[in-house]
Ligand binder design. Structure first.
Ligand SMILES: N=c1c2ncn([C@@H]3O[C@H](COP(=O)(O)OP(=O)(O)OP(=O)(O)O)[C@@H](O)[C@H]3O)c2ncn1[C@@H]1O[C@H](COP(=O)(O)O)[C@@H](O)[C@H]1O
Length: 106
C-alpha cells in the first residue's frame, strides 16, 4: 500500500509547478506553510471528533484528509512519505522507553 503514498507524493511534487487556479494542492502551496498547517490542524480536529463519535466511515474519511494534508506539508518542506516510513521502521522492535531514549534532544 505504500505505493499509493509514493504515487501521491510524486503528484504533489508535480503540483509545485501548477497553476493555483487549476489545482487545490497548488493553491495550498501558493498560500504557504501557515495555511497548510491550519489545514493539518483542522483535519486532526475532525478526525478526533469522528473517533469520539465512533463513526467508522467518517474516521477513515477524516484520517485520509489528515494524511493527505500532512503529505502536502511534507512535500512543502522537501520531505517524502518514505522519510516517515523509514523512521517508523527504525522504531520497529524498540520498546516505547527505548524509542523515547533514541529521540533527538529537544
Ligand atoms: N487526496 C486528495 C485530497 N483529499 C482531500 N482533498 C481536498 O482537501 C479539502 C478538504 O478540506 P475540507 O474538508 O475542509 O473542505 P473544503 O471546505 O473544500 O476545504 P477548503 O477549501 O476550505 O480548504 C477539499 O477541498 C478536498 O477536495 C484532496 N485534494 C486532492 N487530493 C489528491 O491530490 C491530487 C492532486 O489534487 P489537485 O492538485 O487538486 O489536482 C488529487 O488527484 C488527489 O489524489
Amino acid at each position: 500500500m505504500s505505493e499509493v503514498l509514493d504515487r501521491l507524493a510524486d503528484l504533489l511534487e508535480q503540483r509545485k509547478g501548477a497553476d493555483p487556479q487549476s489545482s487545490y494542492v497548488a493553491k495550498l502551496y501558493a498560500k504557504g506553510i501557515d495555511t497548510i498547517l491550519k489545514k493539518v490542524g483542522e483535519e486532526a480536529a475532525e478526525t478526533i471528533i469522528a473517533a469520539k463519535d465512533g463513526d467508522t466511515e467518517k474516521i477513515i474519511y477524516e484520517t485520509a484528509d489528515l494524511w493527505f494534508h500532512s503529505m502536502v506539508m511534507l512535500a512543502h518542506v522537501g520531505l517524502r512519505p518514505q522519510d516517515v516510513l523509514k523512521e517508523l521502521a527504525r522504531r520497529e522492535g524498540l520498546s516505547g522507553l527505548e524509542e523515547k531514549a533514541s529521540r533527538p534532544t529537544e
